[in-house]
Write a protein that binds this ligand. Sequence first.
Ligand SMILES: [Zn+2]
Length: 328
Amino acid sequence: MPEIAFPWQQEVWSQLTEQQEHAHAYLFSGLPGVGKRRFAHAFAAFLLCEKPAQGMACGRCRSCLLREAGTHPDLLLITPEEEGKAIRVDAIRQLVDFMGQTAQQGGSKVIVLHPAEAMNQNAANALLKSLEEPTAATYLLLVTDQPGRLLPTVRSRCRAQRLPTPARESALAWLAESVPELGAEQRLVLLQMAAGAPLRAAALHEMDAVQLRMGVVDNIKALLKDKQSPSQVAESWAKIPLELLIDWFCSWTLDLLKLHTGAITHAENGDMDVVLGYMAKHVQAQELMQWQDWLLAHRSMTLGKANLNRGLFLETLLLEWKQLLKKR
Ligand SMILES: [Zn+2]
């Protein structure tokens, strides 16, 4: 089977593969869950294929068969040793060695590296050297959903290719096909939660996010009514992915700001409409801005995987959130 990128990537795919010459380094970016990794792997397959057909890897040549078996000697995949951990300089040294070797199958060599923002400082500096001295017929494909966290010097040496978020219809159609057990309503809720990114929506379904969210909203109501303490709520959230919680608070805060200024009359987060509507009437603009700054600063800290005491962090977050109502 030839590798096919997602339907919403077709245009970018054609533009990229129809070029006579390819850049030695690409940076694929886009929202989490729009299919960047799949795209990068499909492009790697295309670059390695001996006889691409109709703008795609043929799926039949020796190179394609080796790749499908996961044993292509001229394809190198670099990821953190453990999910959420850094890509270290040792991995980049391996990359440098790989670049120095002759292609064993006589064609191109391809490196797929993701998530690129996981490279620590030493790793990024080591990579920079290889970007400055490209090797012929060797392609480096970096994948990231946070290009802003890469060294500007790394970014500027790659050809940037942003991958699109599909139109809603296209995303819903993909979800219906890929996760057939979902009803139409669930698909909509998940897609909204995922900011329109269909693979992210499917992942949210995997982690039971809709159910978790209902519990979290109940906890927030109980917190504001003094029926649960911040530490009790923090404890009950022990198993909920932190990124999910922070995403939700960021989205609620945006709603709060818009409600407060009158830009909207109902929260876009429908399940929090009553809570946010009440809060918007009782907060002050300056407090709200300060809270948002605090939240965003901590968001990048947690996404940056800085050492974090999760329980303490959540408790502080909940205290701050509750204080919004008291600071007047
Ligand atoms: Zn092939």
